[in-house]
Write a protein that binds this ligand. Structure first.
Ligand code: TTP
Ligand code: MG
Length: 406
């Protein structure tokens, strides 16, 4: 049996800020973007006021007058994340980075050598605290989904061991919402509730035929998960640095201040960037739009989101909002760049438990066709406008023969 550990840092961005600035210690803190933004990280002191990730800064301040809102600085968090990874690699080479503040570690060999999983976890927490003055919570089990569920049970600074035997007992009354981190999304949860399935135990005792009729192939994953079964393969640590962002940019064939042309062009760049993100199995919560004007002056704008996205529509809508800041254009636009940052693995891809909704199925189908035949074989109507303006070539659109294949 494998021994898998999942480390999830507590209120990560907020803790890094508190550690960098002693004035923030013990105070309610949120990390947000610039301007009218939302909270991306909420310190445990701020959570006492009911402040949650995704809440507007305005609403958060209304709930807690003494709240300190810090504008985030990604470089700091990436640096802290890499230092945490270094500490984990000194324990085992089997460290799989799951997001900026979460790593799976396979500690089977360490346990075989005689150390307990609890002691290993305690040492990791102590070293992280000594070097970075931040805390993290650990979940330990024999597979990845159970370790991830366990890590959430005693936050902050907790260590929770939960093997299938304990999980079986515990899951009888455990709210199915606790499976959120392992790919059971809000829609699936809602559907389960409408079927009278509220706890993980209810899923375990539900008939597979019933689950199959609603969730198709995903029913098997859901059932296995409810029985405490799951993937236990932790990939070796390979990347030197976690991927920070995915981007796409293109110079327009002709400078333009026509909003229709700029929007159509931007739509395609969003598609290229979002497609790359989905291909890597990632989601982003920071969207950056860069515009270079004909005179080479540059405007960069970004929005930090309270959720992770990877579908083109969501990326495009945020870029449109950002574009609104500089419209009407002072000068004709020459180049458009879209950068998707603050990445995490797409839980749904990793665990495939969530039943995809129609929009997700559509996006996936489009990706599959485009992957087979080349980017932009299938394209939204705005791409046609781009074609009309003769700018599709620069956007990596496929040649006519490929389009004809479909
Ligand atoms: P999480 O691990 O989801 O949250 P957290 O570490 O702040 O709190 P917890 O103690 O409950 O684990 O996310 C890690 C960091 O990722 C978080 O500090 C900020 C960033 N983040 C975003 O940028 N956007 C988001 O929507 C979320 C949820 C997190
Ligand atoms: Mg965390």
């Amino acid at each position: 049996m494998s021994v898998i550990l999942l480390l999830d840092m507590d209120a990560f961005f907020a803790s890094v800020e508190q550690s960098a600035n002693p004035n923030l210690k013990g105070r309610p803190v949120i990390v947000c973007g610039e301007g009218r933004s939302v909270a991306t990280a909420v310190s445990y002191d701020a959570r006492k006021y009911g402040i949650k990730t995704g809440m507007s800064v305005q609403e958060a301040k209304r709930r807690c007058a003494s709240l300190v809102a810090v504008v985030g600085n990604m470089d700091k968090y990436v640096h802290a994340s890499l230092r945490v990874q270094e500490i984990l690699i000194s324990v085992t080479p089997k460290v799989e980075v799951f997001s900026i503040d979460e790593c799976f570690c396979d500690i089977t060999a360490n346990v075989r050598r005689g150390e307990t999983a609890f002691d290993i976890s305690k040492k990791i927490q102590e070293r992280i605290y000594k070097e970075l003055k931040i805390t993290g919570s650990v979940g330990i089990s024999c597979n990845k989904p159970l370790a991830k569920i366990a890590s959430k049970l005693n936050k902050p600074n907790g260590i929770t061991e939960m093997y299938p035997e304990q999980f079986k007992e515990f899951s009888k009354t455990m709210d199915a919402a606790k499976l959120a981190g392992v790919g059971v999304g809000r829609k699936l949860l809602k559907k389960l509730r409408s079927l009278g399935i509220y706890t993980v135990g209810d899923i375990a005792s539900a008939k597979i035929s019933l689950l199959k009729s609603y969730f198709g192939i995903n029913a098997y994953y859901l059932k296995a998960l409810s029985e405490g079964k799951g993937d236990d393969k932790v990939r070796d640590y390979t990347h030197k640095e976690a991927e920070k962002s995915v981007s796409a940019s293109r110079t327009m064939p002709e400078n333009s201040d026509d909003i229709k042309v700029v929007k159509a062009y931007m739509r395609m760049i969003c598609e290229i960037a979002a497609f790359r993100l989905r291909k890597k199995g990632l989601k982003s919560s920071n969207i950056y739009l860069g515009i270079r004007y004909g005179d080479f002056s540059f405007r960069g704008m970004q929005k930090q989101l309270g959720e992770y996205v990877n579908d083109t529509k969501a990326v495009y809508e945020i870029c449109l909002e950002l574009l609104g800041n500089i419209y009407p254009f002072e000068k004709p636009v020459r180049l458009i760049a879209v950068r998707l940052g603050v990445l995490k693995k797409d839980d749904g891809q990793e665990f495939i438990f969530d039943s995809m909704n129609r929009a997700e199925k559509f996006v996936k189908a489009v990706d599959e066709i485009n992957a087979a035949y080349g980017e932009f074989v299938l394209k939204p109507a705005s791409h046609l406008i781009a074609e009309k303006f003769g700018i599709q070539k620069n956007c990596g659109m496929t040649e006519r023969e490929k389009i004809n294949k479909v």
